[in-house]
Design a binder for this molecule. Sequence first.
Ligand SMILES: [Zn+2]
Length: 261
Amino acid sequence: METIHRLLPISAADTLIFRCPRTPRFPPLPPKNPSVFPAGSPALEFRRRFSNGFRVSAGWFSVFGTRQRAVLPEIVKAGDPVLHEPAGEVPVEDIGSERIQRIIEDMISVMRKAPGVGLAAPQIGVPLKIIILEDTKEYISYAPKNELEAQDRHPFDLLVIVNPKMKKRSNKTALFFEGCLSVDGFRAVVERYLEVEVTGLGRDGRPIRVDATGWQARILQHECDHLDGMLYVDKMVPRTFRAVENLDLPLPVGCPQLGVR
Ligand SMILES: [Zn+2]
């Protein structure tokens, strides 16, 4: 896991702000694995092959079959339409299917390998409403204590949410830097609600509800945005956008300060 020491988790937030001595906070990882989606844009390829609503299809597995275990999908990068268009609902009766379960397994593997603290299915080229998130003691140990407190960041176990629906639970917001595995190498300040409620279905098809605060609420908002075809750059404070190596530089004059509003 040498990458963990170089990188920072973050699909959602850079929370990530893993500080190494002089901040390469999270140098992006170069993709190491070939895509399970044959050629060209993963999303477009996926659509070309499975444009019938992404329902379970025997062909799906006969095409990718066991290769998918050995070769993880690549993380789709900004610019691919799958990241900029709304994802579709997963039919409830399909959640237990081998195809959907495989997608979830792939998402978990991809997120942990990156490493990141959240991932949405469109980020592996699958335009379906599935998000996962996880924050660990280890990831958190890389961040300074005062930052963790300001961000209200705590470890939590893996969450898989199918067809999530989010509601804010208060109007309180906070501004912090975020990054995204699909926008490698950059960060920007994004204002997010401090308390949200997310309902949806677990990977077993049962209803679940998550009442989240602080950093977990931020990750949930970031991942749910992916399902609406939104990246953090669509919501950022524009003048705070920066290369990761400049993360510690001061905010430009006139930008809102980080923290709870
Ligand atoms: Zn993201």
